[in-house]
Design a protein. Structure first.
Ligand code: MCA
Ligand code: AMP
Length: 505
């Protein structure tokens, strides 16, 4: 029987077919071919095996974006390891939790971060800098073998925070990654002729399992940027065919006069996701460029679920389209689980080969988020319109999405509540002109205390990635509560709605 076509195998096949084709085009003018990248994958695989990585072992990575980071991902899959990418913004306290929970065999960090992990027992620390320097690529040996993985075998763990404040590791199988990638390639007509502008981070689903996987498995090329910069992206548009981004990318591009129909002449597709795209940005972008942005909807646990059409129908602003091939989406009554008629708002649930296998070492949590018939409860609220398009109208879960990064209020509230000047707190998201939403903390003083914004923020900073830091603190006498005593966050969001976008912002 032919082995299951994992992302690594599909990439290796492309590398065999077109070894001299450029895979990565870098800002300094260098390019790296498929063949060169496969060699790097084989060298890293040899290093991982020498470090003791066996099938099922976790390989964690917290490094800045580089081609070698993608090679590390592919090498991990090649040897049957489970890839665990971590946001480079995570601080020591956050990293401590992930490492304790996931128990990786190998951790790859930037050279300057290696001393932070020197104390860890049973963990091999390798280093990788942005230009490939570090211990990971010290050896010249190449690993020839390829571990034969089954569709259900774990390929990656991605942490996603929870409403309880404790992060959960979503375990994604080879089948999840490969099937979702194939569905996207088909839906968006992605081919070897595409040149993608890759400006997303590679430690999340969007940048790694959507953008990079689609390039790697089709033999396409990517302009591979360390981060998003509107000027750089505008400069590359005339040579590219596809851009994938979070809504902030499009807000920022619209703020630049360089965005014209001429600059987009070779482009065939602009994709937005990870957070709601403002209908006004969608319309303004189409008016400026003639391109309707294609909005899609996904989640760490499920990869991509729905998409607006590439062709055969309108791309409707404010909607996320219909299910990808193989995926089913329904809107149900959150209490009974019964499907609702189209048009009614309810809980969005998803079923298909894209849906993850469970949370790492949390069987009860996993069970509680699935219906008996196998549908996954996303925690998003939505409705289906008259054309069968899904609209996300809110979130059942307490979550803020800032510039495409998820922030779970509970994690911040726990830190604020621990401060001696604070009795209790509520963390909310309010509209922000650049990040879509941003984090605001509302605090009630402890008896006789006067919480001071700078001091409060400084006290929680070491434990929190920068993108989670509240951008404003408001001190109030009491938090609004309902009759059950539950804090009314909707009321607080209304109160502080114009903090960054109102007339006084
Ligand atoms: C950076 N900062 C942020 C954010 N990014 N603060 C809040 N929210 C953010 N997203 C901080 C920086 O540390 C800096 O702090 C300050 O804000 C200003 O930074 P700036 O230079 O403006 O930011 P940037 O480096 O240009 O980044 C903004 C960005 C970036 C381009 C929007 O955050 C980004 O690439 N986001 C994409 C996230 C993503 O890939 N999400 C997909 C998740 P200081 O004040 O100290 O200078 S996957 C997912 O959600 C699902 C599956 C899906 O459907 O895709
Ligand atoms: P994450 O936990 O990072 O995987 O974030 C997934 C969440 O992002 C989803 O549950 C949605 O709430 C949100 N999301 C993703 N894409 C969209 C979109 N196009 N519109 C609105 N929300 C989105």
């Amino acid at each position: 029987m032919a082995p299951f076509p994992t992302i690594h195998l599909s990439f290796a096949e492309q590398a065999a077919r077109r070894p001299d084709k450029a895979l990565f085009e870098l800002p300094d003018g260098r390019s790296l071919t498929y063949g060169e990248t496969l060699r790097t994958v084989r060298r890293i695989a040899a290093r991982l095996v020498a470090d003791g990585v066996r099938p099922g072992d976790r390989v964690a990575m917290q490094v800045e974006k580089s081609p070698e980071a993608i090679a590390l991902y592919l090498a991990t899959l090649r040897v049957g390891g489970v890839f665990l990418p971590l946001n480079t913004a995570y601080t020591g306290a956050e990293m401590e939790y992930f490492i304790q929970d996931a128990e990786p065999r190998v951790l790859v960090v930037a050279p300057e971060r290696a001393p932070d992990h020197a104390h860890r027992e049973g963990l091999t620390v390798e280093t990788l800098g942005t230009t490939g320097e570090g211990t990971l690529l010290e050896g010249e040996a190449e690993h020839d073998e390829v571990h034969e993985a089954a569709a259900d075998d774990p390929a990656a763990i991605l942490y996603t925070s929870g409403t309880t404040g404790r992060s959960k590791g979503a375990v994604l199988s080879h089948g999840n990654l490969a099937s979702n990638c194939a569905a996207l390639v088909e839906s968006w007509r992605f081919t070897e002729d595409d040149r993608l502008i890759h400006a997303l981070p590679v430690f999340h689903v969007h940048g790694l399992f959507v953008a990079a996987n689609m390039v790697l498995t089709t033999g396409a090329s990517m302009y591979y940027l360390p981060k998003f910069d509107a000027g750089t992206v505008l400069g590359l548009l005339p040579r590219s065919t596809v851009l994938m981004g979070v809504p902030t990318f499009y807000t920022r591009l619209l703020g630049d006069d360089g965005l014209t129909p001429e600059s987009c002449a070779s482009m065939r597709l602009f994709v937005s996701g990870s957070a709601p795209l403002l209908a006004s940005d969608h319309e303004a972008f189409e008016a400026r460029t003639g391109h309707a942005i294609l909005e899609r909807y996904g989640m760490t646990e499920t990869g991509m679920n729905t998409t607006n059409p590439y062709e055969g129908g309108p791309r409707k602003p404010g909607t996320v389209g219909s299910p990808l091939p193989g995926t089913r989406v329904r809107v149900v009554d959150p209490d009974t689980g019964k499907p609702l008629p189209d048009g009614e708002v309810g809980s969005i649930e998803v079923h298909g080969p894209n849906v993850f296998t469970g949370y790492w070492r949390m069987p009860e949590k996993t069970a509680s988020e699935f219906r008996p018939d196998g549908y996954f409860i996303t925690g998003d609220l939505g409705r289906i319109d008259e054309d069968g398009y899904l609209l996300i109208v809110g979130r059942g879960k307490d979550l803020v999405i800032s510039g495409g990064f998820n922030v779970y209020p509970k994690e911040i509230e726990e830190l604020l509540d621990a401060h001696p000047t604070v009795l209790e707190s509520a963390v909310i998201g309010v509209p922000h002109p650049d990040f879509g939403e941003t984090v605001v903390a509302v605090v009630v003083p402890a008896r006789g205390e006067v919480p001071e914004e700078t001091e409060l923020l400084a006290s929680i900073a070491p434990s929190l990635a920068r993108f989670k830091h509240p951008r404003a603190v408001r001190v109030v006498d009491d938090l609004p509560r309902n009759v059950m005593g539950k804090v009314q966050k909707a009321e607080l969001r209304k109160r502080y709605d114009g903090l960054f976008t109102g007339p006084d912002a």
